[in-house]
Design a protein around this ligand. Structure first.
Ligand code: ZN
Length: 401
């Protein structure tokens, strides 16, 4: 029996972030995505413990006061090291690559057509607001974030009418037609409470648009220290229903590694938002434990491959998975490899980003992806770099599903 399995038996007294159940099961620990050469972000713990609620199945982290202090420093420097680049993740469709904001806004345009005031909670440097201004030109846009660092930039965006920073409760007397939680709900230490606040800030017929990483598609999300929640479609819908919302559009297939929901209010807030038990039956099986075990096995497989290789190596991608692997290797990659031309040349944690064509013959190429996605990248890599032998491309072999 290995360590992951032993750890999985332990229960701790802690309240589930989603359903309020009083005890959580420890699934094991995972390596965090870390910044090795970006001193202002150097304090991130090497590992985080991952828990699962036995009542509702929600996968989550617990953070103490010192973790919260590290997170505040992280948010104040969120662009440091370029691990959270401003360039949005691309979605590839028949027309080519478009970004995920544009893709989702196009699908929600009819439902949001009458929106007068749209609030983006956790707006960061304005990635979503920029696209919302184009897709919903009749709407006034409002931004909220925990830090003030992007205020000037946000206020200069077309159609942006206001920006507030600090605590979400500061907005509770304002009213909006659409509230967006774009890759922010997973950062919230009390998502039930915050979603109840959001509900109170909606006008009649108001909508909520949520996009979060999908842990069922992307186990590397577990490596994000600052993510308290690791949602599945079932747990996100359970949270939404518990907060008094119903799903108008379920965009599960819109972006391959994300869950996207468009919600509207149902019923009476007082009757629904404090319900202590989940609206869905408890999950059985061990999905959470399998996800943690897969990530740890993938980490061992890739770190072993790098340790055995005597030459240079490069890591494919600059997202969560690349940062997760980079944070735990003994060696330093020669480069990160990117397919998106707009990302070539940027320094990620001081290491250059190159195109697939710039991979050298002697480089070991590490693909920190689930096998199905890795295989499609291998096919593209072999086209871009015809001399690269298959034996020099390494990805996790264990199936993830
Ligand atoms: Zn729970």
């Amino acid at each position: 029996m290995d360590r992951d399995t032993n750890d999985a038996c332990e229960m701790v007294n802690a309240t589930c972030l989603l359903c309020g159940a009083p005890a959580l099961r420890l699934l094991g620990t995972v390596a965090n995505r870390r910044f090795r050469f970006t001193p202002e972000l150097g304090d991130l713990p090497a590992q985080s413990a991952i828990f699962e609620c036995p009542a509702c199945g929600h996968i989550q982290k617990r953070h103490d006061g010192s973790d919260v202090a590290i997170m505040e420093a992280l948010y104040a420097n969120y662009n440091a090291g370029n691990f959270s680049p401003r360039i949005s993740q691309a979605v590839f469709n028949q027309a080519g690559a478009i970004n995920r904001e544009q893709h989702v806004l196009a699908r929600c345009a009819d439902a949001l057509g009458t929106c007068r005031d749209l609030l983006d909670i956790g707006c960061g440097p304005g990635t979503f607001l920029r696209w919302a201004g184009l897709a919903l030109p009749g709407a006034n846009l409002h931004g909220f974030d925990v830090t003030d660092i992007h205020r000037a930039e946000i206020m200069e965006l077309p159609h942006v009418a206001s920006f507030v920073c600090g605590r979400l409760a500061a907005l509770q007397d304002r009213r909006f037609d659409c509230i967006v939680l774009w890759h922010s709900l997973e950062h919230m230490p009390d998502p039930r409470h915050d979603l109840a606040l959001v509900r109170g800030m909606l006008r009649d017929h108001g909508k909520v648009l949520i996009q979060v990483p999908d842990v069922e598609q992307m186990p590397f999300d577990l490596a994000m220290f600052e993510h308290y929640s690791h949602f599945t479609t079932a747990t996100l819908i359970a949270l939404a229903e518990q907060a008094g919302f119903s799903v108008i559009l379920n965009g599960r297939g819109w972006v391959h590694n994300c869950i996207t929901l468009l919600l509207e209010m149902t019923g009476d807030l007082a009757a629904t938002h404090l319900r202590p038990t989940p609206t869905r039956p408890a999950r059985t099986g061990d999905d959470g434990r399998r996800r943690v075990a897969w990530l740890n096995a993938a980490g061992r497989h890739l770190t072993d491959a790098v340790a055995e290789w005597t030459g240079d190596f490069v890591i494919f991608g600059i997202g969560t998975a690349a940062g997760w692997l980079h944070g735990q290797l003994s060696g330093i990659p020669r480069a990160f490899v990117e397919e998106d031309p707009s990302r070539i040349g940027i320094l990620v944690d001081t290491i250059p980003t190159i195109s697939a064509e710039a991979i050298l013959d002697g480089d070991l190429v590490i693909l920190p992806f689930c096998p199905e996605i890795a295989k499609s990248i291998v096919a593209r890599l072999r086209k871009a770099h015809k001399r690269l032998p298959v034996s020099q491309i390494v990805f996790p072999s264990l199936r993830y599903d």
